[in-house]
Design a protein around this ligand. Structure first.
Ligand code: F6P
Length: 529
């Protein structure tokens, strides 16, 4: 397939050599470094209006950042000089922008309307809808009792077995959408290889009413297959071999391995090599989520993702929320030397969102080689971390307020309670606003003991929305997916491969390749066993 974007990009220069990068470096030294956020606010009366942007249901306030109008102009220039527009076009046109794996990157096709086919030249939108339709009837049948367990009992407990992108998406989204759970259906998950999650669930669950959803693109991942086989043994012990046919469903691209496991053909849901693991929630990997919230809610999530796609493809860079987040990321990473970024949602329903973004961003941007094989020559992905709301405040905010590191923060704020009293959510809101203000303004007055001084001047974004609906969650996820992509385009890396994790998979399978330290640890473990 012709790869127009790749051809253009190979001839492109390192970001450090771009005129906008050099101008940003000079601008940082001359105009920004010596100024506090308070200074920036006092110099520009329209700062709040100037640095706020709306995209569908989300509002981003990015006024509390170390930028002025010139910074934004130069950052947008950087995006233009790095061919970000061509890259966006190439992704949605199905060009093989994941070059190291020779694949297109089309998670956008998973949330496209069937009528969007034209916009996605190579995407299998009809194939996507075929799987969605099959998922819909499966989910409806489980809910209505048309599909039951092998002994004729209704299936009430859904257990997602997967890891990485085949776990974090369903887990994060099922928690976020707890308000929308179908009555009488519960969600559980098993991912870690040590087996304790499954062991605990086996005390709690009844095999007759449990449906395992094995999520694995490859159906070979050690952790997932170990847990799947343990679950299979549990089911077979209780219900005989026939139980496998009623209590296991799979989302995978590997039909041979599903045959071997015994997954019946109508309990299989496929996806494609152009869906990366950390981008797969929108595909059949979302089946366990769909089983818990229902297909209508799942489709609302997809439509939210699609609305963010449209915004991303159409909005000018200066008003494009994912592009702006990416540019701010580059600004702190490459010009201010920030090494990490905190994600702080003020809504406990989003408690796994930081972990989800950790995989999304660190697997995508943890690269030191450019797509063309050369070293990057600048820092790439930051360490992403975070925790929900006041739990975070009472744990690590000390370092944010009085530590020595620059940690840019994304606050994520739900206005209407996600399922408790509004009075309690109002307390969460008050805390979020107070924290972003304190991080910026600090706390100091003459005579104050040094250990009580908060220097302030810490930057933050605040993303606000009325309610954590499925549409809003879809928009939030797609927002960060595109943010990561734009950063990767600027750095010239492949944001869609994960060779660093692939090596780890091999090492676990090959104990003989261990070094002296590992061998000594093995001997100690043997003694302790
Ligand atoms: O951890 C690496 C990775 O390849 C992730 O990208 C992916 O989400 C995960 O493994 C699981 O892979 P699979 O879906 O094939 O089991």
């Amino acid at each position: 397939m012709a790869n127009a974007y790749t051809e253009r990009k190979i001839s492109s220069r390192y970001p450090l050599d771009l005129a906008a990068w050099k101008s940003l470096a000079a601008h940082y030294r001359q105009d920004i470094r010596g100024r506090t956020l308070r200074d920036l606010f006092s110099r520009d009366k329209n700062r709040v209006e100037r640095f706020g942007v709306e995209a569908n249901d989300l509002f981003l306030d990015y006024s509390k950042n170390h930028i002025n109008a010139k910074t934004r102009k130069l950052l947008a220039q950087l995006a233009r000089q790095a061919h970000v527009a061509a890259a966006i076009q190439a992704m949605f046109a199905g060009e093989r922008i994941n070059e190291t794996e020779g694949r297109s990157v089309l998670h956008g096709a998973l949330r496209a309307k069937i009528s969007d086919t034209v916009a996605l030249e190579t995407a299998g939108v009809p194939e996507v809808w075929e799987v969605l339709t099959r998922m819909e009837s499966f989910v409806d049948d489980v809910h209505s009792g048309g599909i039951k367990g092998s002994t004729g009992k209704r299936l009430t407990d859904i257990v997602n077995i997967g890891i990485g992108g085949s776990d974090l998406g369903p887990v994060m989204a099922s928690r976020a959408l707890r308000t929308y759970w179908h009555e009488g259906i519960r969600f559980h998950s098993v991912s870690n290889v040590d087996g304790t999650q499954l062991a605990d669930l086996q005390h709690e669950l009844d095999p007759e009413t449990t449906l395992f959803v094995i999520c694995s693109k490859t159906f070979t991942t050690l952790e997932t297959m170990t847990n799947a086989r343990a679950a299979r043994n549990w089911v077979v012990d209780a219900l005989d071999e026939v139980g496998v046919q009623y209590h296991f469903v799979a989302a995978s691209t590997n039909h041979e391995a599903m045959d071997e496991f015994g997954i019946r053909s109508d309990y299989r849901f496929g996806f494609w090599d152009w869906v990366g693991g950390r981008y797969s929630l929108w595909s059949a990997v979302g089946l366990s989520l769909a089983l818990v919230v229902g297909m209508d809610v799942f489709k609302r999530l997809l439509s939210g993702g699609r609305r963010m796609d449209l915004h991303f493809r159409q909005a000018p860079f200066e008003e494009n929320m994912p592009v702006l987040l990416a540019l701010l990321g580059v600004w702190y990473n490459n010009f201010h030397g920030a090494q990490s970024q905190a994600i702080l949602p003020y809504d406990n329903r989003l408690d796994r969102f930081p972990a989800y973004l950790q995989q999304l961003q660190m697997e995508s941007s943890g690269k030191s080689v450019r797509m063309d094989g050369n070293p990057v020559r600048c820092d790439t992905g930051m360490v992403i971390w975070g925790e929900a709301g006041s739990n975070a405040q009472h744990s690590f905010y000390q370092l944010l307020h009085q530590g020595t590191r620059l940690v840019p923060v994304d606050f994520i704020l739900t206005v209407r309670s996600s399922g408790a009293t509004q009075a309690q959510q109002d307390l969460a809101i008050a805390n979020c606003l107070a924290q972003s203000e304190a991080l910026m303004d600090g706390f100091d007055f003459e005579g104050l003991e040094p250990y009580r001084v908060h220097a302030g001047n810490n930057p933050s974004n605040t993303i606000v929305f009325a309610e954590l609906t499925p549409e809003v969650l879809g928009q939030l996820i797609a927002l960060y997916e595109h943010k990561v992509f734009v950063e990767g385009v600027i750095w010239g890396i492949d944001s869609f491969d994960q060779w660093g994790v692939e090596l780890g998979k091999k090492l676990a399978a090959d104990p003989d390749s261990a070094n002296a330290s590992t061998l000594a640890l093995r001997r100690r473990i043997k003694r302790l066993r």
